[in-house]
Design a protein around this ligand. Structure first.
Ligand code: UDP
Ligand code: GLC
Length: 386
């Protein structure tokens, strides 16, 4: 029998961290609950899988605190304390708390101390100034050192950044994301024909970027690269999930400026990523800052598509030995060269995608990920109980 775990996540939308925890929460659905600090499609997705989910609403000021915020407002701190106060009696009904985001961790840490429950932090982020304010990093690391029973990092890069910021190495365990190949295997040739028909692109070369629209996800780099790959069309799959609507608007302006509007398809957030990924000729990951892990890179491999990705952060832990191509962050020229090569050398592209598929389906399985995370959660809870 698994322990009773209270999973906490601040988001109601479906980001990569939310998709990652879905598989673990499913394994715990007989004993456990997921608490979200705001409502959204993620709640429906959890509920549809029979996972107990509650929304304990965080205040507007608390949600307004962003990664780059230096000093949270008094209102945000009051909101945090109110959330903690509501969570403590709930936490007492569980054996341990699992925090799936940075904001959830700060909250879980305080609630866990008051409820005397161990807190496991799943670190999906790189704690560097590319992504967070110094103040934010300091608070996270100090709290982790004081109150985390374990920190599960999504890559060796995320683990190393935590230690470089003064985080305790003895707390850390690295567990890569694992992703099921089944949804990709279920896509038929007819499905991909129908996607091409819907998009009106015939047999033209197609490049796909599958990431929420956000500054460091580098869709602007993809557009600059597209300008140098004349025949191809680009699918930008994803929406501005975390308040980056201005960046999303700037991408549309950029496409107009570069004269690319007829070759760029803004598809918004999609729930049929496997179908779209199996249709494109190349999957491009274009983050302009180091990516903590990068589920889309594994997904591109599972889709049997050649992947070109930014070689920084956790990505080089995924793309090894010719299983994809790596380019430097923010380098549109290098990205365009890699795309051109993959689109013009079919035998090379096929060998990259074959190796990628084999690699991802061996080393990044969902079973492996769930087993490892479960054993860390159980060990942390047992240790506290002993
Ligand atoms: N994704 C999706 N619909 C979209 C765009 C992306 O479901 O329209 C998924 C994508 O397939 C991947 C996740 O969102 O599983 C993004 O995870 P990743 O680790 O690549 O990046 P994150 O957004 O978490 O930083
Ligand atoms: C975060 C990171 C992403 C990672 C995902 C799952 O959202 O930005 O790189 O793949 O978590 O761990």
């Amino acid at each position: 029998m698994r322990s009773r775990v209270l999973f906490l996540d601040h988001a109601g939308v479906m980001g990569g961290a939310e998709l990652a925890i879905l598989d673990v929460a499913r394994a715990y659905r007989d004993t456990s609950t997921v608490v979200l600090f705001t409502d959204g499609p993620f709640r429906g997705r959890l509920a549809s899988e029979g996972i107990d989910v509650q929304v304990v609403q965080g205040s507007r000021q608390l949600h307004a605190v962003k990664r780059e915020t230096r000093l949270p407002s008094i209102g945000a701190l009051t909101g945090l304390l109110s959330l903690v106060r509501r969570l403590v009696p709930i936490a007492r009904q569980y054996d341990g708390l699992h925090a799936n985001s940075q904001k959830a961790f700060v909250t879980a840490c305080l609630a866990g101390m008051l409820a005397r429950r161990p807190v496991i932090w799943e670190l999906h982020d790189l704690l560097t100034t590319d992504h967070f304010s110094r103040a934010n990093i300091k608070i996270d690391v100090a709290l982790a050192n004081a109150c985390a029973a374990r920190v599960i990092a999504n890559s060796r890069a995320s683990a190393a950044a935590f230690v470089a910021q003064g985080g305790r190495p003895d707390l850390l365990h690295v567990v890569h994301n694992g992703i099921s190949a089944a949804p990709f295997d279920a896509i038929t040739a007819d499905d991909t024909v129908s996607v091409r028909r819907e998009l009106g692109v015939g047999e033209l070369p197609l490049i796909g970027v599958f990431s929420r629209l956000g500054q460091w996800k580098g869709q602007d780099v993809a557009l600059d690269a597209l300008a140098r790959v004349p025949a191809a069309h680009l699918l930008l799959v994803g929406d501005a999930l975390f308040g980056e609507e201005a960046y999303a608007a700037s991408l549309r302006d950029q496409a107009v400026r570069l004269g690319l509007t007829h070759r760029v398809h803004f598809l918004g957030f999609r729930s049929d990523v496997p179908r779209l990924m199996r249709t494109v000729d190349v999957v491009a990951h274009t983050s302009s800052a180091p990516e903590p892990f990068g589920r889309v890179v594994v997904e591109g491999m599972l889709a049997g598509r050649p992947v070109v990705a930014t070689g920084a952060g956790g990505v080089p832990e995924i793309v090894t030995d010719g299983t994809g191509l790596l380019v430097p962050p923010g380098d549109a020229g290098a990205l365009a060269a890699a795309l051109t090569r993959l689109l013009s050398e079919p035998a090379f592209a096929a060998s990259v995608s074959r190796k990628g598929r084999e690699h991802a389906s061996t080393h990044f399985t969902v079973e492996m990920m769930v087993d490892r995370k479960t054993s860390h959660i159980e060990a942390a809870i047992r240790r506290q109980a002993a």
